[in-house]
Design a protein around this ligand. Structure first.
Ligand code: NDP
Length: 283
C-alpha cells in the first residue's frame, strides 16, 4: 500500500478550511526567514500559499544573512507582543553563527506552532502535547488516516534530531508503541531496523534503507529529502527496492513532506482558537 501523503494533506487542508470558515476566526501566521537560502525561501513560500488556501492570514519577515542574533530576537519579540499574530515560525536552519537555541527559546510557547520551544517539547514528552513538531505530527496523521495499528507495535526511528527523530519517538510512545531510536552510533543498525513493525527513517541519506533492513510487511515511513546521483529528489529509502517488501510505504515526493505544511496550518488554527477561548492557561 502506498501511503499517499499528498492526498491526505489535501483532505486535511479542505477540512481545515471549512473549520476556519465556521469558526469566524482569522488566524494569522508570521514567518521569519534569515538570509537567502533558496530551499528555505521555497519552503516559506509554500507555507504562505497554504495559508492563503485555508483562510489563514500570513506575514513574512525577511532579515539579511548578516543579521545578528539580537536582531532576530527583536523581530521575534515584536511578533510575540503583536496580538494580531497567532503563530510564529522561524525558518530553520538559521545561517551559521546565529544562536538557534536562543531564537527558538524566545518564541512565545503559545505561538510556537513549530513545536520546538522547550515548553512544547516538554509537554510532548510528558504525554500532554499542545503543539507537536509538524513533521512527526504529520507522520502520525498519515498512520491514523490509513489506520495503521500503532499500540503495542515495535517502532524503530532512525535519526534523533530535535525536529524529527526525538519528537517522533515521543508521539509514537504516547500512542503506545514500543519505541527504539537509532542514530549514527547505533551498533547493528540493520538488525534494529529489521525488528520494526513501523520503520521511520529521518537520516538525510539518499536511498540508505534497502530491503534487507526491512521486515516483511512493515510500514515504512520515509522522512528524508535528498537528491540522487542524477540530482532527482529522493528519500532515505530505496523506494523501488523496498516497496515489494513493505506492507505500506510513503513515497518521496508526495509522502511526509506535504503533511508537514498541513500540520503547520492545523497548529496555527489551534493557536488562534486557544487564544480566543482563553485556553492559554496551560502556559
Ligand atoms: P539531522 O541531520 O538533524 O539528523 C539526522 C539524524 O540521522 C542524526 O540523528 C544522525 O545521527 C542520524 N544519522 C545520520 N547518518 C546516519 C547513519 N548512517 N546511520 C544512522 N543514523 C544516521 O536531520 P533532520 O532530522 O533534520 O532531517 C533528516 C532528514 O529528513 C533530512 O533528509 C531532511 O531533509 C528531512 N526532513 C524532511 C522534512 C519533511 O517535511 N519531509 C522535515 C524535516 C527534515 P547522529 O545524531 O548520531 O549524528
Amino acid at each position: 500500500m502506498i501511503l499517499d501523503g499528498k492526498a491526505v494533506s489535501e483532505k486535511r487542508l479542505e477540512i481545515l478550511k471549512e473549520k476556519i470558515e465556521e469558526s469566524g476566526l482569522y488566524p494569522r501566521l508570521a514567518t521569519v526567514i534569515v538570509g537567502e537560502d533558496p530551499a528555505s525561501q521555497m519552503y516559506v513560500r509554500m507555507k504562505h500559499r497554504a495559508c492563503e488556501r485555508v483562510g489563514i492570514g500570513s506575514i513574512g519577515i525577511e532579515l539579511p544573512a548578516d543579521a545578528t542574533t539580537g536582531r532576530v530576537l527583536e523581530a521575534v519579540t515584536r511578533l510575540n507582543d503583536d496580538p494580531d499574530i497567532n503563530g510564529i515560525l522561524v525558518q530553520l536552519p538559521l545561517p551559521a553563527g546565529l544562536d538557534t537555541t536562543r531564537v527558538i527559546d524566545a518564541v512565545a510557547p503559545g505561538k510556537d506552532v513549530d513545536g520546538f520551544h522547550p515548553c512544547n517539547l516538554g509537554r510532548l514528552f510528558s504525554g500532554s502535547p499542545v503543539f507537536s513538531p509538524c513533521t512527526p505530527q504529520g507522520v502520525m496523521t498519515i498512520l491514523e488516516e490509513y489506520k495503521i495499528p500503532i499500540a503495542g507495535k515495535r517502532a524503530v526511528i532512525v535519526g534523533r534530531s530535535i525536529d524529527v527523530g526525538r519528537p517522533m519517538a515521543a508521539l509514537l510512545l504516547n500512542a503506545d508503541a514500543t519505541v527504539t531510536i537509532c542514530h549514527s552510533k547505533t551498533e547493528n543498525l540493520a538488525a534494529e531496523m529489521q525488528n520494526a513493525d513501523i520503520l521511520i527513517s529521518a537520516i538525510g541519506r539518499a536511498k540508505f534503507v534497502g530491503p534487507e533492513m526491512v521486515k516483511e510487511g512493515a510500514t515504512v515511513i520515509d522522512v528524508g529529502i535528498n537528491q540522487d546521483e542524477q540530482g532527482r529528489l529522493c528519500g532515505d529509502v530505496d523506494f523501488e527496492a523496498v516497496k515489494g517488501r513493505a506492507g505500506a510505504i510513503t513515497p518521496v515526493p508526495g509522502g511526509v513532506g506535504p503533511m508537514t505544511i498541513a500540520t503547520l496550518m492545523e497548529n496555527t488554527f489551534r493557536a488562534a482558537k486557544m487564544r480566543t477561548c482563553d485556553n492559554n492557561t496551560v502556559w
